[in-house]
Write a protein that binds this ligand. Structure first.
Ligand code: AMP
Length: 228
């Protein structure tokens, strides 16, 4: 059985900081960061048939159907660079995806070390998401109030014009949060029952959240397999 490396899943509402934490964690632990949202955005930008299809759901703040989403994750987790661990960000998001992940990991002889749930109040999620600005060129993230670029609307790193994500408009953000509550929230109890869930306060400074996530991941890796 292949047990080396760390396999961590980040759960939490849109805007809870999963992407930021996953990127930091991937760097620290030297494992790939697998974000289904990033995969769909890349497919959309490339104009592939899957991207064109996914776009219709993404711009409305809806979930891309399970069959497609499970398919891309399955393909990704079979690639060689994931053999020694990974950070999953934004997947699973439905009970069907969670069941499919269990099944896939059993077939790959892998197991989850930790599921980290980042908790942030709804008002703060709305503030973060509606104020978010992204650089379409280098991927840098900003916030109009709490992390503004030096020059208004321009990326500090590469000087490209910043954009608001199509799905960060206020109406779509509200819908995404409702979709999270309805479809994804039940996964908290699912992973709690398995004994792998760690709850972390996502309103703390980024470096504090990161330290707590790393500690949770390492504690999870040391826990007896039976308890999972
Ligand atoms: P994110 O960047 O994780 O907020 O994802 C952006 C959008 O991509 C979501 O609002 C969904 O439309 C789609 N998406 C990302 N991950 C999933 C998933 N696991 N299941 C279904 N749709 C997803």
């Amino acid at each position: 059985m292949s047990n080396s490396g760390l396999r961590i899943l980040l759960l939490g509402a849109p805007g809870a900081g999963k992407g930021t934490q996953a990127a930091l964690l991937a760097k620290t632990l030297k494992v790939p960061h697998i974000s289904t949202g990033d995969m769909f955005r890349a497919a959309k930008a490339a104009g592939s048939p899957m991207g064109v299809m996914a776009r219709k759901y993404m711009e409305r703040g809806e979930l891309v159907p399970d069959k497609v989403t499970i398919g891309i994750v399955e393909e990704r987790l079979k690639q060689k660079d994931t053999a020694h661990g990974w950070i999953l960000d934004g997947f699973p998001r439905t009970p069907g995806q969670a069941a499919a992940l269990d099944d896939l990991l059993a077939r790959l002889h892998q197991q989850l070390d930790a599921v980290v749930k980042l908790t942030v109040p709804r008002e703060e999620l709305i503030r973060r998401l509606t104020g978010r600005r992204v650089c379409p060129d280098c991927g840098a993230n900003y916030h109009v109030d709490s992390a503004p670029p030096k020059k208004d609307g321009v990326c500090d790193r590469c000087a490209h014009a910043l954009e608001q994500r199509e799905d960060d408009s206020e109406a779509t953000v509200m819908h995404r949060l409702d979709v999270y509550n309805e479809s994804t929230r039940p996964l908290i109890a699912f992973y709690e029952k398995k004994g792998v869930l760690h709850r972390i306060d996502g309103t703390q400074p980024v470096n504090v959240v990161n330290a707590e996530v790393v500690a949770a991941a390492r504690a999870g890796a040391k826990a007896p397999v039976k308890a999972r």
